[in-house]
Design a protein around this ligand. Structure first.
Ligand code: SAM
Length: 235
Protein backbone atom coordinates (compact mmCIF):
# COMPACT_ATOMS: atom_id res chain seq x y z
CA UNK A 1 0.00 0.00 0.00
CA UNK A 2 1.08 3.58 -0.66
CA UNK A 3 -0.65 6.90 -1.24
CA UNK A 4 -1.15 6.14 -4.96
CA UNK A 5 -2.49 2.67 -4.33
CA UNK A 6 -4.43 2.40 -1.12
CA UNK A 7 -5.59 -0.82 0.48
CA UNK A 8 -9.10 -1.87 -0.60
CA UNK A 9 -10.28 -0.85 2.89
CA UNK A 10 -8.87 2.69 2.78
CA UNK A 11 -9.92 3.13 -0.84
CA UNK A 12 -13.48 2.44 0.22
CA UNK A 13 -13.16 4.95 3.08
CA UNK A 14 -11.87 7.50 0.53
CA UNK A 15 -14.82 6.85 -1.77
CA UNK A 16 -17.16 8.38 0.82
CA UNK A 17 -15.26 11.66 1.14
CA UNK A 18 -17.25 14.38 -0.65
CA UNK A 19 -15.45 16.30 -3.40
CA UNK A 20 -14.10 19.60 -2.09
CA UNK A 21 -14.11 18.39 1.53
CA UNK A 22 -11.78 19.66 4.23
CA UNK A 23 -10.79 16.41 5.90
CA UNK A 24 -9.19 15.43 9.16
CA UNK A 25 -7.83 11.88 9.22
CA UNK A 26 -7.37 10.89 12.85
CA UNK A 27 -4.80 8.16 13.47
CA UNK A 28 -3.03 8.79 10.17
CA UNK A 29 0.13 6.75 10.60
CA UNK A 30 1.62 7.28 7.11
CA UNK A 31 -0.81 9.93 5.90
CA UNK A 32 -1.59 7.70 2.90
CA UNK A 33 -5.28 8.53 3.01
CA UNK A 34 -4.88 12.35 3.14
CA UNK A 35 -2.19 12.19 0.39
CA UNK A 36 -4.49 10.08 -1.79
CA UNK A 37 -7.43 12.44 -1.22
CA UNK A 38 -5.34 15.47 -2.23
CA UNK A 39 -3.61 13.76 -5.17
CA UNK A 40 -6.98 12.61 -6.55
CA UNK A 41 -8.38 16.12 -6.04
CA UNK A 42 -11.12 14.77 -3.82
CA UNK A 43 -10.24 16.86 -0.75
CA UNK A 44 -9.43 20.55 -0.85
CA UNK A 45 -7.29 20.46 2.31
CA UNK A 46 -6.46 17.87 4.92
CA UNK A 47 -5.14 17.38 8.41
CA UNK A 48 -3.29 14.17 9.28
CA UNK A 49 -3.57 13.69 13.04
CA UNK A 50 -1.41 11.30 15.07
CA UNK A 51 -0.94 10.83 18.77
CA UNK A 52 2.25 8.73 18.61
CA UNK A 53 5.53 10.40 17.65
CA UNK A 54 6.92 7.61 15.40
CA UNK A 55 3.86 7.37 13.11
CA UNK A 56 3.58 11.19 13.19
CA UNK A 57 7.12 11.50 11.86
CA UNK A 58 6.38 8.90 9.18
CA UNK A 59 3.33 10.95 8.15
CA UNK A 60 5.41 14.16 8.02
CA UNK A 61 8.01 12.42 5.81
CA UNK A 62 5.35 11.06 3.47
CA UNK A 63 3.65 14.43 3.02
CA UNK A 64 7.05 16.15 2.43
CA UNK A 65 8.13 13.50 -0.09
CA UNK A 66 4.94 14.04 -2.04
CA UNK A 67 5.34 17.82 -1.89
CA UNK A 68 1.93 18.25 -0.28
CA UNK A 69 2.86 20.35 2.78
CA UNK A 70 0.80 23.28 1.45
CA UNK A 71 -2.35 21.12 1.40
CA UNK A 72 -1.84 18.69 4.28
CA UNK A 73 -1.06 19.76 7.81
CA UNK A 74 0.42 16.92 9.87
CA UNK A 75 -0.23 17.40 13.57
CA UNK A 76 0.78 15.56 16.73
CA UNK A 77 -1.99 15.44 19.33
CA UNK A 78 -4.64 13.21 20.84
CA UNK A 79 -7.72 12.59 18.69
CA UNK A 80 -9.76 15.65 17.78
CA UNK A 81 -7.31 17.96 19.60
CA UNK A 82 -5.52 18.30 16.26
CA UNK A 83 -8.53 20.20 14.89
CA UNK A 84 -9.15 23.87 15.49
CA UNK A 85 -12.48 25.54 14.65
CA UNK A 86 -10.66 27.83 12.21
CA UNK A 87 -9.65 24.75 10.15
CA UNK A 88 -13.29 24.47 9.02
CA UNK A 89 -13.05 20.69 8.87
CA UNK A 90 -16.29 19.23 7.47
CA UNK A 91 -15.30 15.55 7.14
CA UNK A 92 -13.55 13.28 9.62
CA UNK A 93 -12.13 9.85 8.87
CA UNK A 94 -11.05 7.47 11.63
CA UNK A 95 -9.93 4.05 10.41
CA UNK A 96 -8.19 0.95 11.68
CA UNK A 97 -9.07 1.17 15.37
CA UNK A 98 -11.58 -0.57 17.62
CA UNK A 99 -15.11 0.85 17.88
CA UNK A 100 -14.70 1.85 21.56
CA UNK A 101 -11.50 3.82 20.82
CA UNK A 102 -13.20 5.59 17.91
CA UNK A 103 -16.11 6.52 20.19
CA UNK A 104 -13.78 7.75 22.93
CA UNK A 105 -12.02 10.00 20.38
CA UNK A 106 -15.36 11.44 19.21
CA UNK A 107 -16.58 11.96 22.79
CA UNK A 108 -13.49 13.72 24.06
CA UNK A 109 -13.91 16.97 22.10
CA UNK A 110 -17.49 17.12 20.79
CA UNK A 111 -17.27 20.90 20.14
CA UNK A 112 -15.10 20.15 17.07
CA UNK A 113 -17.96 18.21 15.50
CA UNK A 114 -20.16 21.32 15.31
CA UNK A 115 -19.10 22.10 11.71
CA UNK A 116 -18.63 18.51 10.64
CA UNK A 117 -21.20 17.08 8.25
CA UNK A 118 -19.74 13.66 7.57
CA UNK A 119 -17.98 11.01 9.63
CA UNK A 120 -16.42 8.03 7.90
CA UNK A 121 -15.52 5.47 10.54
CA UNK A 122 -13.88 2.12 10.01
CA UNK A 123 -13.85 0.11 13.22
CA UNK A 124 -11.87 -3.14 13.19
CA UNK A 125 -14.15 -4.52 15.89
CA UNK A 126 -17.29 -3.56 17.87
CA UNK A 127 -19.03 -1.37 15.31
CA UNK A 128 -22.12 -1.59 17.53
CA UNK A 129 -20.80 1.01 19.99
CA UNK A 130 -20.43 3.49 17.14
CA UNK A 131 -24.04 2.97 16.04
CA UNK A 132 -25.14 3.49 19.66
CA UNK A 133 -23.04 6.64 19.96
CA UNK A 134 -24.50 7.92 16.67
CA UNK A 135 -28.08 7.50 17.88
CA UNK A 136 -27.32 9.38 21.10
CA UNK A 137 -25.48 12.20 19.34
CA UNK A 138 -27.78 12.96 16.43
CA UNK A 139 -25.90 11.21 13.66
CA UNK A 140 -27.60 8.92 11.16
CA UNK A 141 -26.20 6.19 8.95
CA UNK A 142 -25.88 7.23 5.33
CA UNK A 143 -24.28 3.98 4.27
CA UNK A 144 -22.41 0.96 5.55
CA UNK A 145 -19.93 -1.35 3.85
CA UNK A 146 -18.49 -4.69 4.84
CA UNK A 147 -15.44 -6.01 3.04
CA UNK A 148 -12.73 -8.60 3.33
CA UNK A 149 -9.05 -7.97 2.78
CA UNK A 150 -6.14 -10.26 3.69
CA UNK A 151 -8.58 -12.58 5.46
CA UNK A 152 -9.76 -9.79 7.78
CA UNK A 153 -13.27 -8.46 7.67
CA UNK A 154 -13.85 -4.72 8.05
CA UNK A 155 -16.92 -2.54 8.40
CA UNK A 156 -17.17 1.07 7.28
CA UNK A 157 -19.87 3.33 8.72
CA UNK A 158 -20.74 6.59 6.99
CA UNK A 159 -22.63 9.07 9.15
CA UNK A 160 -24.34 12.35 8.46
CA UNK A 161 -26.32 14.64 10.73
CA UNK A 162 -29.80 13.41 11.56
CA UNK A 163 -31.97 11.41 13.89
CA UNK A 164 -31.93 7.64 13.71
CA UNK A 165 -33.45 4.78 15.59
CA UNK A 166 -32.20 1.23 15.20
CA UNK A 167 -33.46 -2.14 16.38
CA UNK A 168 -31.19 -4.33 18.50
CA UNK A 169 -30.32 -6.37 15.36
CA UNK A 170 -29.51 -3.23 13.37
CA UNK A 171 -27.25 -1.91 16.13
CA UNK A 172 -25.28 -5.14 16.24
CA UNK A 173 -25.24 -6.17 12.60
CA UNK A 174 -25.72 -2.89 10.75
CA UNK A 175 -28.85 -1.38 9.26
CA UNK A 176 -27.73 -1.59 5.63
CA UNK A 177 -25.49 -4.63 6.04
CA UNK A 178 -28.42 -6.54 7.47
CA UNK A 179 -30.55 -5.77 4.42
CA UNK A 180 -27.81 -6.70 1.99
CA UNK A 181 -26.65 -9.88 3.79
CA UNK A 182 -23.58 -10.18 1.58
CA UNK A 183 -21.33 -13.23 1.55
CA UNK A 184 -18.74 -11.39 3.67
CA UNK A 185 -21.43 -10.43 6.16
CA UNK A 186 -22.52 -14.07 6.52
CA UNK A 187 -18.89 -15.11 6.90
CA UNK A 188 -18.27 -12.52 9.64
CA UNK A 189 -21.26 -13.58 11.69
CA UNK A 190 -20.58 -17.28 11.18
CA UNK A 191 -17.10 -16.63 12.63
CA UNK A 192 -18.64 -14.72 15.55
CA UNK A 193 -21.09 -17.55 16.19
CA UNK A 194 -18.25 -20.05 16.25
CA UNK A 195 -16.33 -17.84 18.74
CA UNK A 196 -19.34 -17.43 20.97
CA UNK A 197 -20.03 -21.19 20.88
CA UNK A 198 -16.42 -21.81 21.96
CA UNK A 199 -16.75 -19.37 24.86
CA UNK A 200 -20.05 -20.97 25.82
CA UNK A 201 -18.44 -24.41 25.92
CA UNK A 202 -15.67 -23.12 28.17
CA UNK A 203 -18.24 -21.45 30.43
CA UNK A 204 -20.09 -24.76 30.70
CA UNK A 205 -16.90 -26.30 32.06
CA UNK A 206 -16.33 -23.53 34.62
CA UNK A 207 -17.72 -23.47 38.14
CA UNK A 208 -21.04 -21.69 38.15
CA UNK A 209 -21.36 -18.22 39.59
CA UNK A 210 -23.71 -15.32 39.05
CA UNK A 211 -21.20 -13.67 36.73
CA UNK A 212 -20.84 -16.80 34.60
CA UNK A 213 -24.61 -17.25 34.41
CA UNK A 214 -24.96 -13.64 33.25
CA UNK A 215 -22.29 -14.11 30.57
CA UNK A 216 -23.95 -17.37 29.48
CA UNK A 217 -27.35 -15.78 29.08
CA UNK A 218 -25.85 -12.78 27.21
CA UNK A 219 -24.10 -15.14 24.81
CA UNK A 220 -27.20 -17.28 24.32
CA UNK A 221 -29.16 -14.14 23.55
CA UNK A 222 -26.61 -12.98 20.96
CA UNK A 223 -26.36 -16.43 19.40
CA UNK A 224 -30.14 -16.60 19.07
CA UNK A 225 -30.30 -13.14 17.56
CA UNK A 226 -27.60 -13.75 14.97
CA UNK A 227 -28.89 -17.24 14.09
CA UNK A 228 -32.28 -15.77 13.41
CA UNK A 229 -30.76 -13.24 11.01
CA UNK A 230 -28.38 -15.47 9.08
CA UNK A 231 -30.80 -18.38 9.37
CA UNK A 232 -30.47 -20.82 6.48
CA UNK A 233 -27.22 -19.29 5.33
CA UNK A 234 -25.58 -20.61 8.51
CA UNK A 235 -25.10 -24.20 7.36
N1 SAM B 1 -5.76 5.00 9.92
C1 SAM B 1 -4.70 4.14 9.44
C2 SAM B 1 -5.28 2.95 8.72
O1 SAM B 1 -6.49 2.73 8.84
O2 SAM B 1 -4.55 2.22 8.05
C3 SAM B 1 -3.82 3.69 10.59
C4 SAM B 1 -4.43 2.70 11.53
S1 SAM B 1 -3.34 2.31 12.84
C5 SAM B 1 -3.78 0.70 13.22
C6 SAM B 1 -4.01 3.28 14.14
C7 SAM B 1 -3.27 4.60 14.31
O3 SAM B 1 -4.06 5.43 15.13
C8 SAM B 1 -1.93 4.44 14.97
O4 SAM B 1 -0.94 5.09 14.22
C9 SAM B 1 -2.12 5.09 16.34
O5 SAM B 1 -0.96 5.71 16.82
C10 SAM B 1 -3.21 6.10 16.05
N2 SAM B 1 -4.03 6.50 17.20
C11 SAM B 1 -4.52 5.72 18.18
N3 SAM B 1 -5.21 6.46 19.07
C12 SAM B 1 -5.17 7.74 18.63
C13 SAM B 1 -5.67 8.97 19.12
N4 SAM B 1 -6.36 9.04 20.26
N5 SAM B 1 -5.43 10.10 18.41
C14 SAM B 1 -4.73 10.04 17.26
N6 SAM B 1 -4.20 8.91 16.76
C15 SAM B 1 -4.42 7.77 17.42
Amino acid sequence: MNSQRLSKRLEKVASFVPTGAIVADIGSDHAYLPCYLINKKIAKKAIAGEVVKGPFETAVRQVREEGLMHKISVRLADGLDVIDESDKVDTITIAGMGGPLIVSILQKKPSVLKNVTRLILQPNIHAKVIREWAIQNNWALLDEVILEEDEKIYEILVLQRGEMSLTEEEKLLGKYLLKEKSEVFIKKWQRELENWQRVLTSLDQAETSQEIELKRSELLHLIGLVKEVIGNENS
